[in-house]
Design a protein around this ligand. Structure first.
Ligand SMILES: Cc1cc2nc3c(=O)[nH]c(=O)nc-3n(C[C@H](O)[C@H](O)[C@H](O)COP(=O)(O)OP(=O)(O)OC[C@H]3O[C@@H](n4cnc5c(N)ncnc54)[C@H](O)[C@@H]3O)c2cc1C
Length: 414
């Protein structure tokens, strides 16, 4: 093992949305040391969201890159793709790589993301059972889709439903099995979850709610899925979308605090102040959720990354950016500002029968989240309203004469 011969600078493990943004912000805001990004994925960094949308839908012929081809060179970033960080020596402040080298650091940022949960039921390892997280997953799935006719999707979360809509639009028979009583679990209000359930059913997807998976049947290759009700669904392809687990192994081995993610404080530092964590892998104190949370979204990854870079550059403010998210499910674009919680009161604007409406969620009398379906202007207004803490009652929101856009501008938030 040899140590790389350069002054310790910033080392980022993970070159996804979070990792690259840390590196870019460090450079654009004047970090003087070396910046190294290590990512095990062999492909040039790419965007994940399109994989379950236009890439598998056939609209994008190639994966969308995260940055331009000259990004690393122009920003003086050592970008190591296809290289895995295998250990951290916190005393010596070095990161071990699988290339038999170690890289010294002054600041280390863990942006290791998450890995799909796998099916643990009998038959979960059969050929034809796929996950969808990486470009390699999407390439395998794309090839398997060509001869497929009958697909079973396990889990009606965002990725499962996005993929189901894409497969249905390709003319395939699609069944979605979801253990919970409505899709997208606690991430959206019951109004929005129920509306999407109906919309997907009407598009021809056989959405089975309250039905989990018992086993996958087949000899070598999957032939059917048997659900918890005993029903047997023939399938030549199964896609599993049952959530992710944070990639915390490196942090755990290094003795950092881990609890459903790498535990960080409001400045995104781990239990070792020289090590920060951001994005899907980080568990942070969320002012918007009111509890420690781990969020899986591009907004969270990139905003936390900028904040972590600022922490390294000496800023001391707390991370409190408003969470927002989008999901494209067939013709329906869902955009969410803020975080909904079970028990929130909801008020509708727009007419759900037209497929364009927004659901405003109130908690203790304050607007905390807005879910917009095919109403992008509502989403942008909602972000300003929540960020600006504009005082609003449910009655005002329910009244179509209330001009929310003008009110949001009065908050003076960009
Ligand atoms: C199919 C799909 C669709 C999605 N759609 C949306 C959407 O519509 N909207 C939205 O907001 N979000 C969406 N997301 C979620 C969003 O993509 C993630 O929240 C975001 O990519 C998280 O970025 P990250 O950098 O934290 O982690 P990741 O993107 O997971 O990047 C982490 C990288 O670190 C690498 N790594 C891990 N350990 C090591 C190691 N020891 N050494 C080297 N490298 C390592 C990983 O392999 C990975 O490449 C989607 C995700 C998927 C998979």
């Amino acid at each position: 093992m040899s140590t790389e011969d350069h002054r310790p600078g910033a080392v980022v493990v993970g070159g996804g949305h979070a990792g690259l943004q840390v590196a870019e912000t460090l450079r654009t805001e004047g970090y003087q040391g070396s910046v190294t990004v290590v990512v095990d994925d062999p492909h040039p960094p790419y965007q994940r969201p399109p994989l379950s949308k236009d890439y598998l839908g056939g609209k994008d012929a190639a994966p969308l890159p995260l940055r331009g081809p000259r990004f690393a060179e122009e920003n003086r970033i050592r970008l190591r793709t296809g290289v895995t960080a295998t250990g951290i020596d916190r005393q010596r402040r070095t990161v071990r790589l699988d290339t038999d080298k170690e890289v010294p650091y002054a600041h280390l940022v863990l942006a290791t993301g998450a890995t799909n949960r796998r099916l643990t039921c009998p038959g979960g390892e059969l050929d034809g059972v796929h996950g969808l997280r990486t470009l390699a997953d999407a390439q395998r799935l794309g090839a398997a889709l060509v001869p497929a006719r009958r697909i079973v999707v396990i889990g009606a979360g965002f990725i499962g439903l996005e993929f189901a809509a894409v497969a249905r639009a390709r003319g395939l028979e699609v069944t979605v099995l979801e253990f919970a009583p409505r899709p997208m679990g606690r991430a959206v209000s019951p109004v929005t979850g129920d509306w999407f359930a109906r919309a997907h059913l009407e598009s021809g997807i056989d959405l089975r709610l309250g039905e989990g998976i018992e086993r996958c049947d087949g000899t070598g290759r999957v032939e059917a899925v048997v659900s918890t009700t005993g029903e047997r669904y023939p399938a030549d392809l199964v896609v599993v979308g049952i959530g992710v687990v944070a990639n915390t192994a490196l942090a755990e081995q290094a003795g950092l605090e881990v609890d459903n993610g790498i535990v960080v404080d409001a400045s995104l530092r781990t239990s070792d102040p020289a090590v920060l964590a951001v994005g899907d892998c980080a568990s942070f104190p969320s002012v918007h959720a009111g509890i420690r949370s781990r969020l899986e979204s591009v907004q969270n990854a990139t905003d936390q990354a900028r904040h972590a870079a600022h922490t390294i550059l000496g800023r001391t403010d707390d991370y409190d950016d408003l969470p927002w998210f989008w999901s494209q499910q067939g013709p329906w674009k869902l955009q969410i500002a803020g975080l909904h919680r079970t028990g929130d009161d909801t008020v509708l604007r727009g007419d759900p029968t037209t497929g364009k409406f927004s659901v405003y969620c109130f908690r203790d009398g304050a607007l905390v989240a807005v879910e917009s379906i095919n109403r992008p202007a509502d989403h942008m207004t909602a972000r300003r309203l929540i960020n600006g803490q504009v005082p609003l009652t449910p009655e005002q929101v329910a009244d179509p004469r209330t001009d929310l856009k003008t009110l949001s501008r009065s908050a003076g938030v960009a």
